[in-house]
Design a protein around this ligand. Sequence first.
Ligand code: HEM
Ligand SMILES: *[C@@H]1O[C@H](CO)[C@@H](O)[C@H](O)[C@H]1NC(C)=O
Ligand SMILES: *[C@@H]1O[C@H](CO)[C@@H](O)[C@H](O)[C@H]1NC(C)=O
Ligand SMILES: *[C@@H]1O[C@H](CO)[C@@H](O)[C@H](O)[C@H]1NC(C)=O
Ligand SMILES: *[C@@H]1O[C@H](CO)[C@@H](O)[C@H](O)[C@H]1NC(C)=O
Ligand SMILES: *[C@@H]1O[C@H](CO)[C@@H](O)[C@H](O)[C@H]1NC(C)=O
Ligand SMILES: *[C@@H]1O[C@H](CO)[C@@H](O)[C@H](O)[C@H]1NC(C)=O
Ligand SMILES: *[C@@H]1O[C@H](CO)[C@@H](O)[C@H](O)[C@H]1NC(C)=O
Ligand SMILES: *[C@@H]1O[C@H](CO)[C@@H](O)[C@H](O)[C@H]1NC(C)=O
Length: 490
Amino acid sequence: MRYHTLGVLLHLASAAHLVLEAAVFNWPDPLLDTLDDQLYLPFVSPVSTFALDCTPRDNSTIAAQWLRLDIGVGMLDSLVDFLVSPNEYVGMADVIAMGAINAVVGCGGPVIPFRGGRIDAIEAGPATVPEPQQDLASHIASFKAQGFNETEMISLVACGHSLGGVRQADFPLVVTEDVPTGVQTFASTIGFDNTVVKEYLDGTTENVLVVGSNVTTRSDLRIFSSDGNVTMQSLASPDTFNQVCSDLIGRMLDTVPSTVTLTEPIEPLDFKVRNTLLFPQGGSLAFLATLRIIDTGLNRSVTMFWKERTGTFCPPAGCSIPSFQVTTEDASFLATLKDVKAFKLHSFNAAIDLTTSISHFWFEVNNNDGSAPFIVDNHGANFTIDQDVLVFDPRRSSFTIGGSIMVVGVKDPSSTINVTALTTIDGSTTVPVTSRVTATFELDASNPPADGYTFYTSPINFQFLSNTIHATVNGTAYSLWVPLLGAPGV
Ligand code: HEM
Ligand SMILES: *[C@@H]1O[C@H](CO)[C@@H](O)[C@H](O)[C@H]1NC(C)=O
Ligand SMILES: *[C@@H]1O[C@H](CO)[C@@H](O)[C@H](O)[C@H]1NC(C)=O
Ligand SMILES: *[C@@H]1O[C@H](CO)[C@@H](O)[C@H](O)[C@H]1NC(C)=O
Ligand SMILES: *[C@@H]1O[C@H](CO)[C@@H](O)[C@H](O)[C@H]1NC(C)=O
Ligand SMILES: *[C@@H]1O[C@H](CO)[C@@H](O)[C@H](O)[C@H]1NC(C)=O
Ligand SMILES: *[C@@H]1O[C@H](CO)[C@@H](O)[C@H](O)[C@H]1NC(C)=O
Ligand SMILES: *[C@@H]1O[C@H](CO)[C@@H](O)[C@H](O)[C@H]1NC(C)=O
Ligand SMILES: *[C@@H]1O[C@H](CO)[C@@H](O)[C@H](O)[C@H]1NC(C)=O
């Protein structure tokens, strides 16, 4: 993996298309599900909170470190920030891109649309991060290779160098005079704004890549002045600066190999099903689900409906149950910039008939404002429970600091079967990259068969990680994604 956000983007992409349609979430979709949570709920991932208020760190800012992500303490600390966020479906490259977007808004900059679906490189590519001692022609060539022309190169460097500065420990031949903090900042303001441009134009800049005593490493001066300062003058308008930076940083982040297809921009979902759990309990199947609705101030009531999997049990209109609780959850700062202040979580706890089980569910929402109730049914497709053979059992599982045990139930296995989980494991502060392990489940002696299910168990060494469980029962392969984070009942 290449760690300068600029360098992540090596192979040329087909030009990013600028269709302003939001990605459609057809449940279940673990990629969009995870990305939406990490972008729009606070506290699900550090990417949505750590860089807020342009928080200082290491005498620069977290935001600057996330946007550059290249070398030294800034890279290491950023990867440690990010290490808890990837899972089996979301790669580190998407987390880095979300970090860059949150870095910019966290310092008061423009909102950049986020698209997901990047694929992590598994080996290093050529070294493509531009270096300050390289000449103008090399910089023009490396930006061109990423799809940026000379005007765009000038703007993109100015946008990036709105934040942070050059660290003497990393570039002793660039920062030749001692700076008390060890970091020579690009601009006199900390936030994401065009001060770096204005100070360049009015001759007050202390940007060491412009006025540093080492002429060889004055790369910003060579770049900024390469068109007679025309582009820099155009960026003297704050609105132009924000618009241009949003477009160009967005394009930089969305530059991916032609084999990768990014999603449409991910916007906060009006209605989102979260945290479904189906497991045997006391003679029935407990089915827990939550419908997340953007809070618009209405006092809504929501009813969940479902139909049986086999046989006849529910009335023709479906079995139904009202929500047992409605809670309010704050939205992330990025969501508030998209006019989403909070979400209402409508939670359901249904006892499903064990024999006839459940095939699909949907909701009826009443705004209680005189308007007609309406149906939320996964865009007409229903929320389908594709199987009830392999289930995760949160009540038989246990999650403690000392060690966690996952228990899954398998319905009617004809013989001993092979239950495994692909688990994503956090990196550590010394090796901050995610890894994957396969865990094998054993027959669970402490949980005897019940309600037609046989239980299998596996210790999980790391808490709060995403697991995808696999089992083949009677020749059919089943899999189940268990995003432990925030699951109710856990
Ligand atoms: C020719 C192109 C570029 C060159 C030669 C260059 C060079 C540098 C150097 C030498 C540093 C100091 C890093 C350190 O001390 O650890 C730096 C910092 C930084 N660069 Fe660039 N850069 C270029 C383009 C960009 C672009 C396109 C962006 C983003 C859009 C960017 C964003 C940043 C940020 C945010 C920092 C501050 C990091 C911090 O304070 O921790 N740079 N750059
Ligand atoms: C770079 O492309 C932009 C349009 O994307 C165009 O306005 C600008 O003139 C181009 N600059 C150069 C040097 O070709
Ligand atoms: C200036 O920087 C270049 C490139 O890093 C280096 O080779 C050179 O020795 C530096 N000059 C001085 C006077 O530090
Ligand atoms: C930050 O600056 C202080 C002096 O103001 C210095 O003592 C400290 O080592 C610097 N920390 C880092 C991480 O550069
Ligand atoms: C561009 O601006 C810089 C910084 O103010 C100045 O040193 C340089 O002479 C200008 N170049 C041109 C061609 O105007
Ligand atoms: C919302 O409506 C329910 C009845 O549907 C009622 O019990 C509750 O008091 C209402 N809450 C508010 C804040 O109006
Ligand atoms: C969705 O569920 C309803 C109620 O069971 C059913 O009438 C309808 O055919 C289902 N639609 C699809 C696309 O499965
Ligand atoms: C597996 O096969 C056994 C024996 O034929 C049968 O009793 C059981 O219901 C089957 N289980 C599933 C989940 O298909
Ligand atoms: C169990 O499944 C895993 C993953 O699919 C596979 O690697 C392993 O060989 C299987 N073990 C047995 C005993 O079938």
